[in-house]
Design a protein around this ligand. Structure first.
Ligand SMILES: Cc1ncc(COP(=O)(O)O)c(C=O)c1O
Length: 436
């Protein structure tokens, strides 16, 4: 397993993160456990801020959907980033952390009237309007409230970041945003310009996640700038802001060779600048919304090994005390991870095992081929780069309580999300009178 951030192997031959021994962490906080390396999280925020430093401080909006806790929100604010939220729930967590609402963008392809009212009441900085239904709804609510929210329009640029050609496909098959091809995006610009209750600040796109090809981002930036030029010709409107979403890929295994944050920032900025020159268009402020590339490498999940099953000539399954409930990504889209036996980090590998979760699903696998030393029940497995889209996608399937999350730095470990207990699982349940 590649060591990330403050990870190291200590004198006891144990994995250590933020100066905390993995074995001690499990003894103190229980298993399974998500560990967030505060120094690495902060470093990634700083690299983003620096790479987009020509903009003002809130031009980088951390995508909450990757992982949001009140403590994470505090760190994001502390590091001078803004926040992208996608629901009333994420907004509630951000506000509970004291995050400044004016540095928050609200996303979502089906925001409810209640969520829009909540966002307007607390004064979020931008609402990213996704579709005509929402546009009409927002106009109505803003008129009723007598406010004038600043909006970005989410556009679908038709750039497929996950095909090998990653070029404009012309055809858009995405549930998000106004399609540029076919004219919906231009009509949306005209509608907002004709809506006195809304202030159109710019446009937004997000072409996908875990993207390794800089050309996909360049291409999207070019399409967006060409659109802005067309919109200017048609309406005279000049965008102040261009939000290019998130999507920068990260290292999960040695198969992944993502560009750096700095290379990504340079590619985006150069593509926008080139188009601004070509069209003689005033350069908009560039926004980005990184999630995975900030939090993924900062997260490690620690599990305890339990049962195993060897099928001669086939494979050996080894089960851990978590699985698809705390990390759905392998089951959802065959995501791959690296891992190590955290209490035997210096021992030689002697076999390969398939690490399975404890849920009643055959697809509940974490790592198919993990080289391990002699293992036994009670050993600890560390799975790296689990900060993003794991806890935030977690569930209580099989009525398993969610793990705790601890923040580690300089030998300190503090709980930032408590472990759920069995009792929590019935907190919302009610038995109607006639069943009592
Ligand atoms: C609108 C939007 N912005 C930002 C992100 C974050 O993307 P990533 O975590 O890949 O950086 C997402 C992810 O789905 C998204 O939908």
């Amino acid at each position: 397993m590649k060591l990330h951030g403050t990870m190291q192997i200590n004198d006891r031959g144990h994995l250590e993160i933020g100066g905390c021994d993995a074995v001690d962490l499990i003894a103190a906080f229980g298993s399974p456990l998500m560990v967030i390396d505060e120094a690495l999280l902060r470093e990634n925020c700083r690299r983003y801020r620096k790479a987009f430093a020509h903009n003002d401080s809130a031009a980088v909006f951390y995508a909450s959907k990757a992982l949001l806790t009140t403590a994470v929100a505090r760190i994001i604010d502390d590091e001078g980033l803004g926040l992208d939220v996608v629901s009333g729930g994420e907004l509630t967590i951000a506000l509970a952390a004291g995050f400044p609402p004016e540095k928050i963008l609200l996303h979502g392809n089906n925001k409810s009237p209640a969520e829009l009212k909540f966002a307007l009441n607390c004064g979020v900085g931008r609402i990213v309007v996704d579709n005509p239904y929402e546009l009409a709804l927002l106009e109505e609510i803003s008129t009723m409230k007598g406010c004038r929210p600043q909006v970005l329009l989410r556009l679908a640029p038709g750039v497929d970041a996950h095909s090998h050609s990653y070029i404009t496909t012309g055809k858009n098959d995405s549930k998000f945003g106004f399609n540029i091809a076919g004219g919906d995006a231009l009509n949306a610009v005209k509608s907002v310009l004709n809506a006195p209750q809304l202030e159109l600040k710019g446009v937004h796109c997000h072409i996908g996640s875990q993207i390794h090809e800089l050309d996909a981002f360049r291409c999207a930036a070019q399409v967006m700038m060409d659109f802005l030029q067309e919109a200017r010709k048609e309406t005279g409107w000049i965008a102040e802001e261009l939000d290019m979403g998130g999507g920068l890929g990260v290292y999960y295994t040695s198969e992944d060779t993502p560009p750096s944050i700095e290379e990504y920032a340079k590619a985006l900025q150069e593509a926008v600048e080139q188009k601004c020159q070509e069209h003689n268009y005033p350069k908009p402020r560039i926004f980005v919304e990184p999630g995975r590339s900030i939090i993924s490498p900062a997260g490690t999940t620690l599990y305890t090994l339990g049962s195993s099953k060897e099928i001669p000539g086939v494979r050996k399954y080894v089960a851990v005390d978590g699985g698809m409930t705390d990390n759905l990504r392998p089951a959802l889209y065959q995501a791959e991870y690296e891992g190590m036996i955290a209490n035997k980090a210096r021992e030689q590998a002697v076999e390969k095992v398939a690490v399975t979760g404890r849920c009643c699903e055959s697809g509940d696998m974490l790592i198919w081929d993990l080289a391990v030393p002699h293992i036994e029940p009670g050993d600890l497995l560390a799975v790296s780069c689990t900060g993003a889209y794991t806890y935030s996608m977690s569930s209580n399937y099989n009525a398993l309580p969610r793990p705790a999350i601890v923040l580690v730095a300089d030998g300190r470990a503090e709980v930032i999300v408590e472990r759920e207990k069995w009792g929590d699982l019935v907190r919302l349940h009610r038995i109607p009178d006639h069943l009592l």
